[in-house]
Write a protein that binds this ligand. Structure first.
Ligand code: NAD
Length: 302
C-alpha cells in the first residue's frame, strides 16, 4: 500500500535554479500549493518568469492543457519571509551550498514553522546529520524526546538539475531522521513524478561522491593543458555518449556549487585526492559561475 505524503502546503526556500524547479514540479505534478521565498526579489522574479516559460512551452508542445498550466501557476505564490511559511507541512531548502548558512536556516525553520512539518534540504553534499544537529534547542540533550522530535523531521531530498527534466531524487537519512519523515518524503518525491534512490549520509552522497571528482579532474586536465576545453567535452560526448561534457556540465551546475561540493568532499574525508582544482577556485573568485552568471568555461547569452 502506498504511503500518503500528507503535504497540503509546501514551502520552498531559495528561488535559484533548483528552488524554482522544485516549486514547478510540486505545483504541476504533486498539485500542491507552494510558497516560494528568496532573500533576493530579483531571483524570485527570474524564477517565476522561468516557470511561466516552462508552462507555456509544455502547452505549446501539446504536453499540457492550458487550464492545467494555469492551475499549476496559480498554486505558486511568493512569501516574503520564513515566518510567512509557518503553516506549511513541508519546507524544502534550496539556498547556496554552505553549511553555516543551512544550519542557521534550519534553526529558523525549527523556531518558526509548525512543529510537525518536514524540514528537507536539497543540499548536494553537506551532511544531513550536521544540519539536523542544528535544530536541537540549546540545552536540550541530543538523545532526549524534544531533540528527537525536532531532528527526526530533517531529511535530505536531493533533486537534480534541471528539476523538471531529471527523473531522480536522492533520499538521504540523517542519523536522527524518523522513519515517518523518510516514508512521507519518498511519497512526496514520487508524487512530483520522480524515482527515488537512497544514499547514506556520506560527503557528496552517492551522486556527488562520484560525479564531482570526475568534474574536478576534468578541470585539472584543462588547467594542466592536457587537452582543450572543447576536446575534453567532445571526448565524453562522442566517446562515452554523455549528453554533455564535464566542463559544460560544471557550468550548468554552477561553478560555486561545484567548488563547495568538492570542498565538502575534501574536508569531509581529509583525503588529498579530493583537493579542488585551483582553476575552479579562480573561476569562482572571478565570479564566473557558469550558465547562471553568463560566463563559466563557456559564455552564455541571457
Ligand atoms: N545546481 C545544481 O546542479 C544542483 C543540483 C542539486 C542540488 N543543488 C543544491 O541546491 C541548492 C541550491 O543550488 P542552486 O543551483 O539552485 O543555486 P543558485 O545559486 O541558483 O540559487 C541559490 C539561491 O539561494 C538564495 N539564497 C541564498 N541565501 C539565502 C537566504 N539566506 N535566504 C533566502 N534565499 C537565499 C539566493 O538568492 C539564490 O537565489 C544548493 O544546496 C546546491 O548544492 C544544486
Amino acid at each position: 500500500m502506498s504511503i500518503a505524503h500528507g503535504i497540503k502546503r509546501l514551502g520552498v526556500l531559495g528561488a535559484g535554479q533548483m528552488g524554482t524547479g522544485i516549486a514547478f514540479v510540486s505545483a504541476l505534478h504533486a498539485k500542491v500549493p507552494v510558497l516560494l521565498h528568496d532573500k533576493s526579489a530579483h531571483q524570485i522574479s527570474k524564477g517565476l518568469s522561468l516557470i511561466d516559460k516552462l508552462l507555456a512551452k509544455d502547452v505549446s508542445k501539446g504536453r499540457l492543457q492550458a487550464s492545467d498550466a494555469a492551475d499549476a501557476r496559480a498554486r505558486i505564490q511568493t512569501a516574503d519571509s520564513v515566518e510567512a511559511m509557518r503553516d506549511v507541512d513541508m519546507v524544502v531548502e534550496a539556498v547556496s551550498e554552505n553549511l553555516d548558512l543551512k544550519r542557521a536556516i534550519f534553526r529558523e525553520f525549527a523556531a518558526k514553522i509548525r512543529p510537525d512539518a518536514i524540514l528537507a534540504t536539497n543540499t548536494s553534499s553537506i551532511s544531513i546529520t550536521k544540519i539536523a544537529g542544528a535544530v536541537i534547542p540549546e540545552g536540550e540533550p541530543a538523545a532526549g524526546e524534544v531533540a528527537k522530535a525536532v531532528s527526526g523531521r530533517v531529511v535530505g531530498l536531493h533533486f537534480f538539475n534541471p528539476v523538471p527534466v531529471m527523473k531522480l531524487v536522492e533520499l538521504i537519512s540523517a542519523v536522527q531522521t524518523s522513519q515517518d519523515t523518510l516514508n512521507r518524503s519518498r511519497a512526496f518525491a514520487e508524487a512530483c513524478g520522480k524515482e527515488v534512490a537512497t544514499s547514506q549520509d556520506v560527503p557528496g552522497f552517492v551522486s556527488n561522491a562520484l560525479l564531482m571528482p570526475f568534474i574536478n579532474e576534468a578541470i585539472m586536465c584543462l588547467e594542466k593543458g592536457v587537452a582543450t576545453r572543447d576536446d575534453i567535452d567532445k571526448t565524453f560526448r562522442l566517446g562515452m555518449a554523455h549528453p554533455m561534457g564535464p566542463l559544460q556540465l560544471a557550468d550548468f551546475i554552477g561553478l560555486d556549487t561545484c567548488l563547495s561540493i568538492q570542498q565538502t568532499l575534501y574536508k569531509g574525508t581529509s583525503d588529498s585526492k579530493y583537493r579542488p582544482s585551483v582553476l575552479l577556485e579562480r573561476m569562482v573568485d572571478a565570479q564566473y559561475l557558469g550558465k547562471k552568471s553568463g560566463r563559466g568555461f563557456y559564455e552564455y547569452n541571457n
